[in-house]
Design a protein around this ligand. Structure first.
Ligand code: SF4
Ligand code: SF4
Length: 405
């Protein structure tokens, strides 16, 4: 075995039913940019029938890792696990300069202090960009960065009124801790509002998702081990994330760290914040929100975690809020971890496709339960000058429940 288990590769029967679900195949129409074609490439690499040439790597690099092919596959091919196993192998065959650049990206994005320092000038540029943001992709992205939350950091424990219905350990993320601190606060407040005791493990770090995406499997395992220990030590009933990409990786900790009891426990108890809130139920919202809201399904929430109904159910409970249909709601927006930084051309194509559909939906607000999607879609809306905002459903719910600004 070079990098992947043969049984997983062999479970593909080449029926092609996944092709129409794959965003890169839909855009390019080439077999080698489809799930089936990529599985062929991986098998040929695995068997040594093909060398990892620049062209072969290109087709595999263009995969978003969105896992839209998984629910479409009648044979249950674990495509996400296949591409995840292929990435570290590809990493070893990259040109030195490219490998170093990607390692630097992993180092910055998975360390909170470095990430926070890197995002500070970005936030400033966004604030100063004004109308220039409609002319530059990077200024639009900078302008999409939300303002930091005011006040003290979240306390280590927040008790609800009355007897708690259970305890949730809240993951505040690495990138999200710097960029989406207000959404983290709103998540904690909503959980407490639902009668949940919230603990925020001080020893938490990055979950490893971004490192995995960049093929840095060893770094991902180190981070996952640390994270699993910090969360398992809380003994919480639920390990909660409001970032779809992170939540999907938490659920997969058992595979990432086989035999590790902490990882197995975290994987079993991992829940998306919206999923848990929908399951527990919230009191009736106290504020109406007159807006037409379209729900974008982040890939790692819909395909990675099977969570689709929860954001719609919760948002539908808000008075005056009208849910509108979004065509291709669960098609990737091009964000896909660090994809919009490393594969800009395809990321831009997918973003343009998403923006066309948002415009056609007539929505005033797009709700997306993942920080990466929010930044990508927000930047696109700013760049096009559309009068639509992109918000995390948690933030909309916090406002409706009188818990947010
Ligand atoms: S991945 Fe699944 S759907 Fe796609 S070709 Fe293989 S068996 Fe068919
Ligand atoms: S993960 Fe997404 S981009 Fe990659 S093959 Fe599957 S559907 Fe296509």
């Amino acid at each position: 075995m070079r990098f992947v288990e043969h049984e997983k590769l062999n479970s593909c029967v080449h029926c092609g039913l996944c092709l129409a679900a794959c965003p890169t195949y839909v855009e390019l129409g080439t077999e080698t940019d489809s799930p089936r074609g990529r599985i062929h490439l991986m098998r040929a690499l695995e068997d040594g029938a093909l060398e990892p040439t620049a062209e072969v790597m290109r087709h595999l690099d263009l995969c978003l890792g969105c896992r839209a092919c998984e629910p479409a596959c009648p044979s249950g091919v674990p495509y996400g696990a296949l591409i995840e196993a292929a990435r570290p192998f590809l990493e070893r065959h990259r040109a030195w300069s490219r490998r170093m650049a990607r390692r630097a990206l992993v180092a910055v994005l998975t360390r909170r202090a470095l990430g926070a320092a890197a995002f500070r000038p970005l936030r400033l540029a966004g604030r100063l960009s004004g109308r220039l943001a409609t002319r530059s992709r990077w200024l639009a992205l900078a302008a999409a960065v939300p303002r930091p939350a005011n006040g003290e950091p979240l306390p280590a424990t927040i008790e609800p009124l009355g007897r708690p219905r259970g305890t949730a350990a809240l993951m505040t993320g690495c990138v999200a801790a710097s960029l989406f601190s207000a959404t983290n606060r709103a998540t904690a407040r909503l959980l407490v509002h639902a009668g949940v005791r919230v603990v925020v493990p001080r020893a938490q770090s990055c979950c490893g998702a971004l490192a995995l995406h960049l093929g840095a499997a060893e770094r991902a395992r180190v981070l996952a081990k640390r994270q699993a220990y910090a969360f398992a030590a809380t003994g919480a009933d639920w390990m909660v994330s409001n970032a779809a990409g992170c939540g999907a990786v938490l659920r997969d900790y058992g595979h990432l760290l086989p035999g590790d009891p902490h990882a197995a426990m975290v994987a079993r108890r991992a829940r998306d914040a919206l999923e848990l809130l929908a399951e527990l139920g919230l009191p009736a919202p106290v504020r109406p929100l007159a807006a037409r809201v379209a729900v974008h399904d982040p890939c790692h929430l819909a395909h990675g975690q099977g969570v689709r109904a929860a954001p719609r159910t919760l948002l539908a409970s808000i008075p005056d809020l009208q849910l509108v249909e979004l065509d291709e709601a669960d098609t990737c927006c091009g964000s896909a971890g660090t994809y919009n930084l490393t594969e800009r051309a395809m990321a831009d194509r997918l973003l343009a496709r998403k923006l066309d559909r948002i415009r056609a939906s007539g929505a005033d607000v797009v709700a997306a339960a993942n920080p990466g999607c929010l930044l990508q879609i927000r930047a696109g809306l700013i760049g096009r000058g559309l009068d639509v905002t992109a918000e995390h459903p948690i933030d909309l719910l916090a406002v409706a429940h009188g818990l947010g600004p």
